[in-house]
Design a protein around this ligand. Structure first.
Ligand SMILES: Cc1cc2nc3c(=O)[nH]c(=O)nc-3n(C[C@H](O)[C@H](O)[C@H](O)COP(=O)(O)OP(=O)(O)OC[C@H]3O[C@@H](n4cnc5c(N)ncnc54)[C@H](O)[C@@H]3O)c2cc1C
Length: 404
């Protein structure tokens, strides 16, 4: 069995490991000079590999949980952690159940992984950008021009179009031909806010102290950063899918911030009602506990904030309405929603229109918040696709029971 894996991110590398482990001769093609660039970039934030949680708890935060369930049931957070430890990552559980390698970066894990793949006989051919098919063979743009490769089965793991400088730009959509695709949308992204020039000049790049962020029926305590365009950061990313969809439906969305989650409205109103004397309003606000970006946000987001009664000011500080105009572009997003439609693949991730060709990772139409869910589901789908492809002589279906 001569198996091609195209795309050297977490999904493709795991597909290669699974297929080679199942006895296939695996050749992995990667467009960039080296594989795993997005994984390495994820390592800059510590490489949140997975969660200290059940597969079901992870699925609750993923879109299309019913389609992802079998893959996470076979290779969920516990298996991801054991696998990473097996590569010497020595994982630990950080804040809120996030699992990281002790080195807090991806390079050592990636190095160990590539060494394991080499031991399994996986050949990596870098600088090959997949361009579609030439007859039944895979067609690539290689360093010396067009190349073809005849495979008995193929796993495509080409990622989404976020952060295109890391290799994936979604160009494979055209190469795939008539396969149904859900439109790309930014996920885990920042948003545009129409800041005044004064606010933007002074606060772009400033972190907002811990606040509670609310949208719809969700509220979470976390952090965000003011950017030149608007806001970004963990708490915003966690609510991003709902915010993005609301903006698409209604033109804008209002994210509500409780700027003082540990104080009551009454306590804040009492502090603001103290006689101001000759002090400036900024000093008065500071003495009530609001200074810097928090005070500026209130004055920016609530017209006439300074002239409001203390009770109304306190109400605004506990529920500051931030109008978001648009998600930031896909190229800036941590991940992408959209991609190969679930209707286009069978339960083993094989393209219905192309028997013997499997799809895995972020190029499939699902999304999840940051926090380890993305890498976990990429590894799980990559593993399932690799196993299924290795047991899949071209055109003949293996029983589903053999897949996991
Ligand atoms: C800044 C940042 C931080 C992140 N942090 C985390 C985190 O902490 N935890 C987490 O779970 N997730 C995180 N993610 C998301 C995670 O990295 C991705 O979800 C994951 O890498 C997707 O894996 P993949 O294998 O599907 O695709 P990718 O990692 O994108 O890999 C796809 C590969 O295919 C190659 N390729 C693309 N097109 C072609 C082509 N036509 N021919 C040949 N090769 C091609 C690309 O060069 C790339 O190497 C982060 C992402 C970013 C951008």
């Amino acid at each position: 069995m001569n198996l091609a894996v195209v795309g050297g991110g977490p999904a493709g590398l795991m597909a290669a490991e699974a297929a080679a482990g199942a006895g296939a001769r695996v050749t992995l093609f990667e467009a960039m000079p080296t594989p795993g660039r997005k994984l390495l970039r994820a390592g800059v934030g510590g490489l949140n590999l997975t969660r200290d949680a059940s597969a079901e708890a992870c699925l609750a935060l993923c879109s299309h949980p019913e389609r992802l369930r079998p893959f996470l049931a076979a290779f969920g957070p516990a298996e991801v952690r054991a696998w990473a430890d097996g590569l010497g990552a020595d994982t630990f559980v950080g804040s809120s159940g996030k699992v990281f390698p002790r080195a807090m970066k991806a390079a050592p894990l990636l190095r160990a992984w590539l060494a394991r793949l080499a031991d399994l006989g996986v050949e990596i051919r870098a600088r090959r950008r997949w361009a579609g098919w030439h007859g039944d063979a895979l067609a690539f743009d290689g360093p010396e021009g067009p190349e073809t490769f005849a495979a008995d089965a193929t796993v495509l793991a080409l990622g989404g179009p976020s952060w295109p400088r890391l290799g994936g730009n979604g160009d494979w959509a055209a190469a795939l031909g008539g396969v149904a695709l859900a439109p790309w949308r930014p996920a885990n992204c920042g948003f545009d806010v129409a800041w005044s020039e004064t606010f933007r000049a002074r606060f772009a790049g400033t972190p907002v102290p811990t606040a509670t962020f609310r949208f719809g029926d969700r509220a979470l305590r976390g952090n965000a950063t003011v950017t030149a365009h608007g806001v970004e950061g963990g708490a915003v990313y966690a609510l991003a899918a709902a915010l993005r969809d609301a903006i698409a439906a209604e033109g804008s969305a209002v994210l509500t911030l409780d700027l003082a989650p540990d104080r009551t409205e009454t306590d804040i109103a009492r502090a603001l009602a103290r006689p101001r004397g000759a002090r400036s309003f900024a000093t008065h606000l500071r003495r009530a506990g609001f200074e810097g970006v928090r005070a500026a946000l209130a004055r920016e987001a609530v017209p006439g904030f300074d002239a409001l009664a203390p009770a109304a000011q306190a109400r605004a500080l506990k529920a500051l309405p931030l109008r978001l105009a648009a998600p930031r572009p896909l190229a800036e997003a941590i991940s992408a929603a959209g991609g190969v439609a679930w209707s286009a693949v069978d339960e083993r991730l094989m393209l219905r229109a192309r028997p013997g060709v499997f799809v895995a990772g972020e190029m499939l139409d699902w999304e999840a918040p940051t926090g380890g869910y993305l890498i976990t589901a990429c590894l799980a789908t990559g593993r399932a696709a690799g196993f299924a492809a290795a047991r899949q002589p071209s055109g003949q279906l293996a029983p589903a029971s053999e897949v996991h």
